[in-house]
Design a binder for this molecule. Structure first.
Ligand code: PMP
Length: 411
């Protein structure tokens, strides 16, 4: 059978994550990987979760081993409402403002399915989160690509591009602006309060909605929490995506959409045909965990580990890259990534071959381009390697950069 001939238009647009492909090389013992944005397993509260898992299977099996509602566990929703209030002072919501998804990646897919087609536009930043690019691309959408600056999207470029589409009578086809507001993946930057307000104002003016994706907000190592766009614009204008992947354990696969009730109903409908319902067992596990333990207390040592590793990486970059003309890096205040940019002429995708030889791995910036283009930047994740490997890895990276730079006659 010729499978290729049978694939749908949407099926043809599906891509496997290049990050997963690239990181296959990193399993070598001598390799040092700054690649994956996966949390340190030592931060998972495994003893507590194991105890609760036994209990909820033995005593709550009617619920945990059964089909559940599409929306997810009401006890977990109750915990989320409390967390949103504690973390961001968000109030006035109830259960119908929340639907759980299988990781927030499923939320991105469902949003793409509901809102995007070959006539639609959506706004993404440059660089953008790969999972969002892939999810939205599947549905054949067009992209308005806006450069990301140290304090968020370039608002002037965004306005210019939207007003151009308005002039051409196409503004109704623009559906939403997608923003990772805190400690952006991959760029590490946080959208300033000013820009958050400007985004809401633009979304109101052009009648768009904003998707605020916030998996890293609780992982702040420096500075003050900034009001979420969701709080500034309200649920009629802004939808918030969140996940337990970076603060509890990604294996739970619990993501969520928080938004206007009509919006949530649409997601629930789409989710019914995607997976009927989320796993009751992981929902109840998380709900009971949150009832008994304080998530923010649990996060304290986690934050300490990441804060230390981030410091080690920033110091190593200072020591190894300060003398490389044009090299710069984002000192993110939280999250899991440092975004390192090299001078003009560098193509970190091509340079990856050099890095492979020295067994140091990163994610080339090209991966985060909405349209396939070379990039002089790379994403470095500090969350997994031990401190001494971070130092050694940055040293190896310097050697790679010098070798590539000399070969290409950039230096
Ligand atoms: N959005 C962003 C910005 C992310 O970085 C991630 C995880 N890499 C996700 C969504 C997806 O997270 P999950 O599906 O594990 O909830």
């Amino acid at each position: 059978m010729n499978l290729e001939n049978k694939i749908s238009k949407i099926g043809r647009n599906m891509k496997s994550s290049i990050i997963r492909e690239i990181l296959k090389f990193a399993s070598d013992e001598e390799a040092i990987s700054f690649g994956g944005g996966v949390p340190d397993p030592e931060t998972f509260p495994r003893k507590e979760l194991a105890e609760i898992a036994k209990e909820i299977i033995e005593k709550e099996y009617h619920y945990t081993l059964q089909y559940s509602t599409t929306e997810g566990d009401p006890l977990l929703k109750h915990q989320i409402l409390k967390l949103l209030e504690r973390m961001y002072g968000i109030t006035g919501l109830d259960e119908d403002n929340i639907v759980f998804t299988v990781g927030s990646q499923q939320a991105l897919d469902l949003i793409g399915k509901i809102f995007l087609d070959d006539e639609s536009y959506c706004v993404l930043d440059d660089p953008a989160y790969l999972g969002a690019i892939n999810a939205f691309k599947q549905y054949l959408a067009h992209f308005i690509v806006v450069p990301l600056e140290d304090d968020g999207m370039n608002i002037d470029v965004l306005e210019k591009k939207l007003s151009e589409l308005d002039r051409r009578g196409k503004i109704k086809r623009v559906k939403f602006i997608y923003v990772v507001s805190n400690f952006h993946n991959p760029a590490g930057v946080t959208t300033s309060l000013e820009k958050r307000k400007a985004l809401v104002e633009i979304a109101e003016r052009y009648d768009l909605f904003i998707i605020e994706d916030d998996p890293y907000g609780a992982l702040r190592y420096e500075g003050e929490t900034i009001d979420p766009i969701f709080k500034i614009g309200g649920p009629e204008r802004v939808v918030m995506l969140n996940t337990f992947s970076k603060v509890l354990a990604p294996g739970l696969r619990i993501g969520m959409v928080v938004g206007d009730k009509e919006f949530i109903k649409r997601i629930v409908q789409a989710k019914q045909s995607a997976d009927l319902c989320s796993p009751a067992i992981t929902h109840r596990l998380a709900a009971r965990y949150l009832e008994r333990y304080d998530l923010f207390e649990h996060l304290k040592p986690t934050i300490e580990i990441y804060r230390r590793k981030r410091k080690v990486m920033l110091k190593a970059l200072e020591e190894n890259f300060s003398d490389i003309p044009g090299a710069k890096w984002v000192k993110s205040e939280g999250g899991l990534f440092v975004w390192l940019s090299l001078p003009e002429g560098f193509d970190t995708w091509e340079m990856f071959e050099y890095a492979k030889k020295k067994k140091i791995f990163y994610v080339p910036g090209r991966v985060f381009k909405v349209y396939d283009e070379p990039s002089p930047s790379m994403r470095l994740s500090f969350c997994l390697p031990p401190d001494e490997k971070i130092v050694e890895g940055v040293k190896r990276l310097r050697e790679v950069v010098l070798e590539y730079g000399r070969t290409k006659k950039i230096f």
